[in-house]
Design a protein around this ligand. Structure first.
Ligand code: SF4
Length: 252
C-alpha cells in the first residue's frame, strides 16, 4: 500500500488536526540528548526490507491512536520535569513528515515554550526544510548512497533524501546522519564516505547502527533479509574510514 501511497497519504491527511501515534515512551540519549519522550508516528513512504517497525509503515493501523495536537502538547508539558540532562521530546516513525502539517504546528508550540525538540526522519519530504527550522536536534537516515540499490532495498529513490541532506550541509546547521549497516545491503563504507566527503560536514556527526532483528516478527513471515548481521569490526571500519576523511562519528 505505501509504495504508491503518496497520493493516498495526502488525501487522507488533508484536514486532520491530530497526529496518529503508534507508540510512545521514554529513552535516554538514543534519539537526541538526555532523557527524552519519544513518539513514534504512524505511516511511512519507504518500505525498507529490514524495517524494525513494519507496523508503522501503513497509515492505517488499528493499534495506532489519534491524539489532537493540543493533547500531545499538554502531555509533553506535563512531562517536562523528566527532560533531564538536556532532554526533551523526539518524534520518529514511521516517517514524521507524513504528518507534516500537524507536526509543524506542534513543534512551533513546543519551541515557543522552551522544549528541546528532535526528529528522526528518512529525509525524503520537501516539507522537512521548514520542519527542521523548528527542531533543535535533527537526525536524518541515509540507507544507501546509490540510487539503484536504494530502490532495491527501500522501494524508492534516494534523490530527495540526498537533496535534503545536501541542503542541510550547505546551511551549516547541526545534523546527525544515521546509517543502518546491513550485511549484503550497504556494508561497504567507502561509497558512503566518498559521497559525504564531497561536502562540508564540519557540523555533522555520523552514526552507524548495526543491523538487528528486533522487529522481525512484525513482518509475519514476509521478512526478506537473510544474514544481515554485521560484526563490530565492520562498524569500526565505518568509523575508521569516516574519521580518516575528517568526519566525526558518534555512538548512541
Ligand atoms: S524509513 Fe524507517 S519506518 Fe520507514 S520503512 Fe524504513 S526503517 Fe521503516
Amino acid at each position: 500500500m505505501h509504495k504508491k501511497g503518496k497520493i493516498y497519504f495526502v488525501e487522507v491527511l488533508l484536514g486532520r488536526d491530530s497526529l496518529k501515534i503508534l507508540q510512545k515512551g521514554f529513552n535516554y540519549s538514543q534519539d537526541g540528548p538526555g532523557n527524552r519522550l519519544v513518539y513514534h508516528l504512524q505511516g511511512c513512504n519507504f518500505s525498507c526490507k529490514w524495517c524494525s517497525n513494519a507496523d508503522s509503515i501503513p497509515l492505517e493501523n488499528s493499534k495506532a491512536k489519534d491524539y489532537s495536537v493540543d493533547e500531545i502538547f499538554d502531555e509533553i508539558m506535563r512531562s517536562r520535569m523528566m527532560f533531564f540532562d538536556g532532554g526533551g521530546v523526539t518524534f520518529t516513525g514511521g516517517e514524521v513528515c507524513v504528518q507534516a502539517d500537524e507536526l509543524l504546528e506542534l513543534l512551533k508550540m513546543l519551541k515557543e515554550n522552551g522544549i528541546h525538540t528532535a526528529i528522526e526522519t528518512n529525509g525524503s519530504y520537501s516539507a522537512l526544510k521548514e520542519i527542521s527550522e523548528h527542531v533543535d536536534y535533527l537526525i536524518v537516515d541515509l540507507k544507501h548512497y546509490d540510487e539503484t540499490e536504494h530502490k532495491k532495498w527501500v522501494g524508492t529513490s534516494n534523490k530527495s533524501t540526498k537533496e535534503n541532506i545536501e541542503y542541510f550541509f550547505s546551511t551549516g546547521r547541526q545534523i546527525h546522519i544515521r546509517i543502518p549497516v546491513i550485511n549484503g545491503v550497504n556494508n561497504d563504507p567507502r561509497g558512503f564516505a566518498d559521497y559525504f566527503s564531497r561536502f562540508d560536514t564540519s557540523n555533522v556527526v555520523f552514526e552507524f547502527l548495526a543491523y538487528h532483528e528486533y522487529g522481525k516478527d512484525k513482518w509475519q513471515g514476509k521478512y526478506e533479509i537473510e544474514n544481515g548481521f554485521v560484526n563490530s569490526e565492520t562498524i569500526n571500519e565505518f568509523k575508521k574510514i569516516f574519521e580518516n576523511h575528517g568526519m566525526k562519528t558518534v555512538v548512541t
